[in-house]
Design a binder for this molecule. Structure first.
Ligand code: SF4
Ligand code: SF4
Length: 354
């Protein structure tokens, strides 16, 4: 908490040297979002949030769901950070930056100060060792920027898929990294705690981030990987109604073959994912989330073929493979795909090891 060193530029370095070596401070600021990413974080389970903070040697200076500080204490803490007397290692921003009206940021003022949160983020970001965008609205604008975007919402370093946002494409925090985009709506609690632990140990570098600043430990996967409906996908045995067991790509809007995330390999809350809960992947980790033209639960098609095809697969291959697969679909999968429970169990195995 607030220290007693002079408010000069060397204050940060001096205070760091005086602190226990290897410990890191974290300041969490909520901006234009729904708070769902904080709720997600509180559900972290492997490890849980407090174990992760211990592992990363991270001390939380402020988080709206974890701190008992009064508004006055909060303002004093921010003043200490801005004056250089309180070191700031990790700045987490949750929620889009609201620049409206007309670029003034006055749609979202810091309570009790009259200061636009947009300006506060601009002041804190260059001071922090690392800047972390928590959730897709902080990374890209997300649902906060969807539609007419009357609040002029944007991300920290992106405006949708376009580089820019509040801080601009050239921004680098003191560590030399761009804002780290833990995209997702909400973002997976495991993605946040793994990022924090890695930052605490100094093991997350520029090459560990993809072109949108997403940590590659989760963004190098597709949601399709590990999906429990993969057997249905292979034979194009598709669900047509909510609740049915088949693959959700052909009729129900699933774009998991194009969306980055390890959601079906790293279970949510110990066992779930959107798809395991019966809901298609709607692409919440992607920069254009919220700008989709079609309803989430419909698959847009041209000539009967889904418009969004799997990443890396030429359209002609997909069409050829899909028609072959459909011709070879086992009766078990054809019937189970349209059922809410297993209607036809797997056939009897021979029992003989090969
Ligand atoms: S990314 Fe989604 S869940 Fe997270 S704060 Fe923004 S709107 Fe809420
Ligand atoms: S439901 Fe979606 S993620 Fe699952 S197998 Fe089908 S296309 Fe892939």
């Amino acid at each position: 908490m607030p220290g007693d060193l002079p408010p000069d530029a060397s204050g940060i370095a001096a205070r760091e040297a005086a602190d226990e070596p290897g410990r890191h401070t974290l300041f969490w600021l909520q901006s234009g979002g729904c708070g769902g990413c904080s709720m997600s974080l509180l559900n972290a389970d492997s490890p849980d949030l407090f174990a992760a903070l211990d592992l990363g040697r991270i001390d939380v200076l402020a988080h709206p769901s974890l701190c008992e500080a009064s508004g006055e204490d909060h303002h004093a803490l921010i003043a200490e950070i801005l004056a250089g007397r309180q070191p700031l290692d990790i700045l987490c921003v949750e929620g889009a930056i609201l620049r409206g009206p007309s670029g003034t940021g006055r749609f979202h003022l810091q309570p009790g100060t009259g200061k636009p949160v947009m300006r506060l983020v601009e002041e804190l970001a260059p001071i922090a060792r690392h800047v972390v965008a928590i959730g897709s609205c902080t990374a890209f604008g997300g649902v906060s920027a969807a539609g007419d975007n009357v609040t002029e919402a944007c991300g920290l370093a992106f405006d949708g898929a376009e580089p820019g946002g509040l801080l601009g494409p050239a921004f680098r925090s003191r560590s030399g990294l761009p804002p780290i985009s833990i995209a997702g709506c909400p973002t997976h609690p495991g993605w946040i705690v793994e990022t924090l632990v890695q930052l605490g140990h100094g093991t997350l570098g520029a090459s560990d981030l993809d072109a949108f600043g997403r940590p590659r430990f989760y963004a190098d996967h597709l949601v399709h990987h590990g999906c429990t409906r993969n057997e249905f996908y292979e034979y194009k045995a598709s669900a047509k109604e909510p609740g049915q067991l088949g693959c959700l790509m052909e009729h129900m809007g699933c774009i998991g073959t194009q969306v980055h995330g390890d959601c079906n390999m790293r279970a949510w809350n110990g066992e779930g994912s959107c798809i395991r809960g019966g809901y298609p992947c709607i692409g919440c980790t992607e920069p254009r989330f919220g700008e989709r033209d079609a309803p989430f639960l419909e698959t847009p098609k041209r000539g009967g073929i889904p418009v969004g095809l799997p990443t890396d697969m030429p359209k002609a291959w997909f069409v050829a493979l899909a028609s072959l697969a459909k011709a070879a679909t086992p009766e078990r999968l054809r019937r189970n795909a349209l059922s809410e429970r297993i209607a036809v169990p797997p056939g009897k195995a021979s029992g003989k090891p090969k």
